[in-house]
Structures are given as C-alpha cells and as structure tokens.
Design a protein around this ligand. Structure first.
Ligand SMILES: [Zn+2]
Length: 307
C-alpha cells in the first residue's frame, strides 16, 4: 500500500504548485473558458484528494489489502476506540496529518461559504435600503461613478449606478445588464467560492493565481452570454467606457482581481471581444481535450483511493 502513497504525493505536489502556475499563464483558456474552469475545478478536487490520500496511504500501509480496505479496518478499530496494533508512530503521525488536512480544507470551505453568504445578505439589505428599485432584481444607486455588479443567490440583486446609466448608450447598458444577469443565472459565485476557500486554506502563490484566473474566466463566460444577447461591439464599448465591473463574489481579493478600468483582465476581455479571430482546427480541439484531461485528473486519484 506504501506504493499508493508515492503517486498520490507526486500528484499533490504537481497540482499544488507547478500545474496551477503553468495553467494560470496559458492563453488558450480565453477561447475555452468553460473547459478551463472545469480543468481548474479538477485540479482543485484532484489536488485535495491527493493531498489527503498520500498521508492516508502511508498511515494504513501496514494494514492488509488496498487503501480502501486499510481505511475500513482503521474505521472498525476507531469505533471500538482503539488503534490497530500494526501501526507505529510514523503511521499515526501520517494519519493525524491526513485528519488535520481534511478538517482544514472542509472547515475553511464551509466557513468561507458562510462568510460570503453573510456578506451578500448585508450588501443585499444595504442596496435594498439605499437604492432605487428599478425592477424585482435591478437596483440603481445614486452615485456619479460608473459601477455595475451582481449580488447573486436566491434573492439576486443587480446593482448599477446612475453614473453607469449616464456613461452608456442603451445597447451598451443592455450589454452590461446581460453580463450581470449571466452571473446571477449561472450562479458564478459558486464557481469562484471554492477557489477563495482554497486560497484561505493554503495561502500560497498558486492558490492566489487560481482564484484570479477563475474569477477572470467567469467574467469571460458572462461576456459570452452578453455577446449572444447584444453583440460584441456594444459590450466592448461598455467595458471601455466603465472599465471592469466587480466580480460575482463580494470578496475583496476575488473582486479586486477583476476590478478597475486599467486592470489587465479588463483589457484582456476587450481584446478578446474585438479580436476574436477564427479558430484553427487544433484550437477547436483544445476544448474537448481539456474536458477529457479534467475527467482523467479527477478519476486518477479517486481510483487510487477507492480501488
Ligand atoms: Zn462580471
């Protein structure tokens, strides 16, 4: 069973640092944002499974059979409040490490989701009090600075300022609203939240890059919805006029990654809209290849843990 630990440990290291750094630098995700998000999610899930699975495999190595059988034996003894006699100090330390990692990853994810939900509720209540109710979801704030953002959830609010309405032509405003409605409809905050949690649990450069990359990718997905509704020119002009809008998650670092007219993600989004280009055959094949890679990436460590 110790043989199971090495592939999981190598995968955990690769998925914890070089692969996220490499993926964050890639250019192809701009053409395939949905597939790229699936790959980022696969990196996160497979990374977490490998990170916990490697010390588990080391911990149950002296027990019989595969990792799954060893875990079952460990669980049977745990029910009777005893540790299997075959385990030494090294294995007990590895199991304790696996337990701490599991608690940290699960705990931080839950706490992060609760904190984001609480922030959303506060902001929703604040805009309901302070802003004009244009319709059931749309709130217009009396402020000269252009801004538009979405407070997603079961009681979605789309917030724009009077400055936004003044700065945009009707089709540009419709493009901005279509972009924000796409965030709300497809619950993009649920895509970004696990990466914010990952960043909180393991505050290392790859986690920061993952959150920034996924935040930028959901902006591109929302742009694609807006393009289908109103066309590229209107959305590109709106982005140039009001700059990047805040992201779908009211988290300062996550939102900051896409906020600001001069930020690189906004310039990338404008470039993507005005110079879409015709994809070559290899570029078109990247999407299906990435989906396949995402499935294999999750299936690999899952098979190691469950076989
Ligand atoms: Zn957006």
């Amino acid at each position: 069973m110790l043989a199971d630990a090495w592939p999981l440990a190598v995968l955990a290291i690769l998925l914890g640092w070089p692969i996220p750094v490499f993926l964050a630098r890639a250019v192809w995700p701009r053409r395939h944002p949905r597939a790229a998000i699936a790959l980022w999610q696969a990196v996160g899930i497979a990374g977490g499974l490998s990170l916990i699975g490697a010390p588990l495999a080391i911990g149950v190595a002296p027990l019989d059979g595969q990792l799954r059988n060893g875990l079952a034996e460990l669980a049977r003894d745990a029910v009777h409040l005893r540790v299997p006699e075959a385990l030494g100090l090294g294995q007990e330390t590895a199991l304790a490490l696996a337990a701490v990692l599991t608690l940290r990853l699960v705990g931080v994810t839950l706490l992060s989701a609760l904190r984001i939900e609480r922030d959303l509720r506060r902001q929703r209540n604040a805009v309901d009090l302070a802003a004009e109710h244009a319709d059931r979801q749309l709130r217009v704030l009396e402020h000269a600075a252009p801004a538009a953002y979405c407070l997603p959830g079961t009681r979605t609010r789309i917030v724009i300022t009077e400055g936004t309405i003044a700065a945009l032509a009707p089709d540009e405003l419709e493009a901005v609203l279509a972009h924000e409605r796409a965030h709300a409809r497809w619950r993009h905050e649920l895509v970004v939240q696990p990466f914010v949690a990952w960043e909180s649990a393991l505050p290392l450069p790859p986690a920061h890059r993952a959150t920034a990359a996924v935040t930028a990718l959901v902006e591109m997905l929302a742009d694609d919805h807006a393009v289908r509704a109103v066309g590229r020119p209107a959305l590109a002009r709106a982005l140039v006029a009001i700059g990047g809008t805040a992201g779908p998650v009211p988290h300062q670092r996550a939102a900051g990654a896409v906020a600001g007219a001069a930020s690189t993600p906004t310039l990338d989004r404008v470039r993507r809209l005005v110079r879409p280009g015709v994809p070559t055959l290899p570029e078109r094949l990247v999407g299906p290849a990435v989906w396949l890679a995402a499935v294999l990436l999750v299936a690999g460590p899952t098979w190691f843990v469950l076989r």
